[in-house]
Design a protein around this ligand. Sequence first.
Ligand SMILES: [Zn+2]
Ligand SMILES: [Zn+2]
Length: 253
Amino acid sequence: MRFASLGSGSRGNGTLVEANGTCLLIDCGFSLKETRSRLARLGKTPEDLAAVVVTHEHSDHISGAGLVARNHNVPLWMTPGTRAQYNNGFVPDLRVFSHHETFSIDAIEIQPFPVPHDAREPAQFVFSDGNHRLGLLTDTGSRTEHVEKMITGCDALLLECNHDPDMLAQSHYPESTKARISGDLGHLSNSQAAEILNAIDHSGLQHIVAMHLSEKNNNAKLARKALADVLDCSTDWIDVATQDEGLDWRTIS
Ligand SMILES: [Zn+2]
Ligand SMILES: [Zn+2]
């Protein structure tokens, strides 16, 4: 099983998960042209995708999903709540999943779970090929017991480290935006991500990736340090998926 990032952050998200010949694109917040070029960077084309699965309706996750689905005849999956909010054009094969029920797309099993975030019915996921588990947790405002129960014991984890609270407080963002980001339905700070990591079984992690970093209110060094402190490892061991470069393939073995 392996995974890669097309890009991560408030200007667009996309994650590839591949196992036993099945390749899924999780979220697509890029234009069609940009999506194609970012896929090509990772050795993929839209024709390689078995499905696009979106986490929620915020544009940095969904703006390009319908375009890929429509132009390349790929099924697009979302929760009923996300579907109710979906307005990015006709999709020939739109499918819904419950964010409390495990489902499969070809060789990959997907365990969705709800997260506290200011969208209609947001989901995040644990992916499995039967041997290994990969957790994805971004766009989450606060810790919940259920979230931690879902992602405990993963072999690899993609974990939101959105902001440093001091940088956010000192930023020029409007107070309402600061309150939204740091609120219980906003985004995880580095320290909240560290608390979650500390609370779960992380002993089997082969990879950990800091995701969805704010370009203005965070930096890779701070995110790496927060996670490395919990794992008691070198900061070099912590991967960061960036907005422009994403992250190259990482293999779980
Ligand atoms: Zn987002
Ligand atoms: Zn969001």
